[in-house]
Design a protein around this ligand. Structure first.
Ligand SMILES: [Zn+2]
Ligand SMILES: [Zn+2]
Length: 177
């Protein structure tokens, strides 16, 4: 017989303990976005730490964070190499040439292991850049959940034309942007 607590429940904090019996259970969207934030802590590009989680039917299919390709020096060891580009609206963008973005790494991980991600959703700690959005459309992602907005004005037209959904899920994050 398993050992019983006085309340008959094995969970701590249910009765008589100080603690958080009433702590709110995370909803699915907060749960996956929180996982994406945790994953972002593996990121190595010093320009920003982003995490991504690809999900279907409340199961995680693949994950990714931004960093250099496997086996190559990471930015936190060898410094970012920044290039500038000019968006058609005239704004100047800076990106790191070393780095694969988090959502592309999540797609790469799925491809590597032969996991279909068609009709799935993705949680990303920041909204995708236009280049990643194009790939997300083509792998069959239905909904993009993001926490922090990143140059959303650059992807507005592509969102409208593609029909892919973009939804903000703002979790209280202890991470820097
Ligand atoms: Zn970098
Ligand atoms: Zn991107």
């Amino acid at each position: 017989m398993p050992e019983e607590t006085k309340s008959g429940c094995c969970c701590p904090g249910v009765e008589g303990n100080e603690g958080s019996a009433t702590e709110k259970r995370l909803g699915w969207q907060e749960y996956f976005m929180s996982v994406a934030h945790l994953i972002s802590r593996r990121a190595t590009c010093t320009r920003g730490h982003i995490g991504a989680v690809i999900v279907r039917e409340n199961s995680i299919l693949s994950t990714g964070y931004n960093g250099a390709p496997s086996g190559l020096p990471h930015c936190n060891e060898s410094n970012c190499r920044i290039y500038r580009s000019i968006h058609p609206d005239g704004t100047v963008e800076e990106n790191c040439v070393n780095t694969i973005h988090a959502e592309i790494n999540a797609i790469a991980q799925a491809a590597k292991h032969g996991v279909s991600i068609k009709d799935s959703d993705i949680y990303i700690t920041a909204s995708p850049c236009i280049h990643c959005l194009k790939v997300l459309i083509n792998v069959g992602i239905k909904t993009i959940y993001y926490d922090k907005p990143y140059k959303i004005e650059h992807i507005a037209e592509l969102l409208r034309l593609s029909g892919i959904r973009l939804v903000q899920v703002n979790v209280q994050s202890d991470q820097r942007g």
